[in-house]
Design a protein around this ligand. Structure first.
Ligand code: SAH
Ligand code: SF4
Length: 364
């Protein structure tokens, strides 16, 4: 049944929401493989068989928010909090640069105090100086004011990742405290675009109660707001969170199902949005050792290897079973390079790897 839909994709015809849902609902292994292969053809045609690396620096686990799914939410008292100093963050960014990553992502829990905003601004400027303006800088630092986004943009950051998490108002309400707002988050995405960033968003898949209609709506939202980049990943319970406490550890079958849903979502998003950058989330690797490479084979074209110092990694645990907690950055680089070449892709070393979608948006 699904091959009529996939034929449409190969003809470059647009799919209806019902057809997108039908693809997300596939469970037959042969049909799944046909979906992944089709998404890979779309990827090869629109963005090429190149994987870009972004070195991710998880610079602090201090967070003022309390998302019910996240291991570093402010009410989790089991976490030892840390904040790297300026020099440490800059050093890791320079490491990423010297190792030809082309681009780095600075991520942390959310803070809006002025000491933090100033520190990030100084860090961005110093990274730009130390790398001669050559290292691309992406931020993933949550909801901020327009003024803050502008200051960081002017300091030299050029991309920003802010996942919408879910576009279903009901699910959003269920998984966040009352003072966290879907509308505020949507507005932040608009501010980011207005202040000149390449904007990335994404969702979690496999949230309790989430349906394939919800996921279709998520993809349509990303299309509608015309994003340049997408980072989405499976939800994985964390045992010290309100949501995780209600969910017993995943069985092998549940892990497999979460992985497949993650891969299907990447595939259908690639098929629908075509020329954007899509990251294969680290959470895929928490479910299956080779999960991120599988993501590349289903349409993703970006991988975000961790370049944070090994000592800090165990404290930046958004979900359980986070991989590579005890592997240092050089080990991660070597291991990934090998695995990606193994699936027949090249790596876009020393390139910013802006999405083709962004380049097109700028031309028009
Ligand atoms: N504080 C920033 C960035 C750090 S959190 C922000 O929230 O935007 C980065 C991402 O981790 C979130 O967007 C969320 O989608 C993801 N995340 C948090 N808890 C998770 C979990 N239990 N399973 C999978 N992803 C999770
Ligand atoms: Fe904080 Fe981000 Fe985790 Fe929410 S998802 S609690 S904002 S780190």
């Amino acid at each position: 049944m699904s091959h009529n839909i996939l034929d449409k994709v190969d003809r470059d015809d647009e799919l209806t929401p019902a057809e997108m849902k039908a693809l997300l609902d596939i469970s037959d292994p042969a049909e799944l493989q046909a979906l992944y292969d089709c998404a890979y053809r779309v990827k090869a045609r629109y963005v090429g068989k190149v994987a870009y690396f972004r070195g991710i620096i998880e610079c602090s686990n201090i967070c003022v928010k309390d998302c019910y799914y996240c291991g570093i939410r402010k009410s989790n008292t089991q976490v030892e909090r840390f904040m790297m100093d300026e020099e440490e963050i800059v050093r890791e960014a320079v490491w990423a640069f010297e190792n030809e990553y082309g681009s780095a992502v600075i991520q942390s829990g959310e803070r809006q105090d002025s000491a933090y905003i100033d520190l990030i601004e100084r860090v961005i400027k110093r990274i730009k100086e130390r790398t001669d303006g050559k290292l691309g800088i992406t931020l993933s630092l949550g909801e901020q004011t327009e003024e803050t986004y502008r200051r960081w943009r002017e300091a030299g950051a050029h991309r920003y990742l802010l996942r919408i998490e879910t576009t279903s108002p009901e699910l959003y309400r269920r998984f966040h405290p009352a003072d966290h707002s879907l509308e505020v988050r949507k507005n932040c995405l608009a501010l980011l675009k207005k202040t000149g960033y390449q904007v990335g968003t994404g969702v979690m898949m496999g949230l309790p109660g989430q349906t394939s209609e919800d996921l279709v709506n998520d993809i349509l939202f990303m299309k509608e707001i015309d994003v340049d980049m997408i980072g989405m990943g499976p939800y994985i319970p964390h045992r010290d969170t309100p949501m995780g406490k209600k969910i017993p550890p995943y069985t092998d079958g549940q892990r497999q199902a979460a992985l497949i849903l993650g891969l299907k979502m990447i595939a259908v998003t690639r098929i629908t949005l075509k020329d954007v950058n899509i990251a294969a989330a680290t959470a895929l690797q928490a479910l299956e050792h080779t999960g991120r490479e599988m993501g590349l084979q289903c349409g993703a074209n970006v991988i975000m290897p961790n370049v944070t110092e090994t000592d800090y990694r165990p404290n930046y645990r958004l979900y359980d079973n986070k991989p590579c907690l005890d592997e240092n950055s050089s080990m991660c680089r070597g291991c990934l390079t090998h695995r990606i070449q193994g699936i027949g892709e090249t790596i876009g070393f020393n390139e910013w790897g802006d999405s083709r979608h962004y380049a097109k948006r700028m031309r028009s």
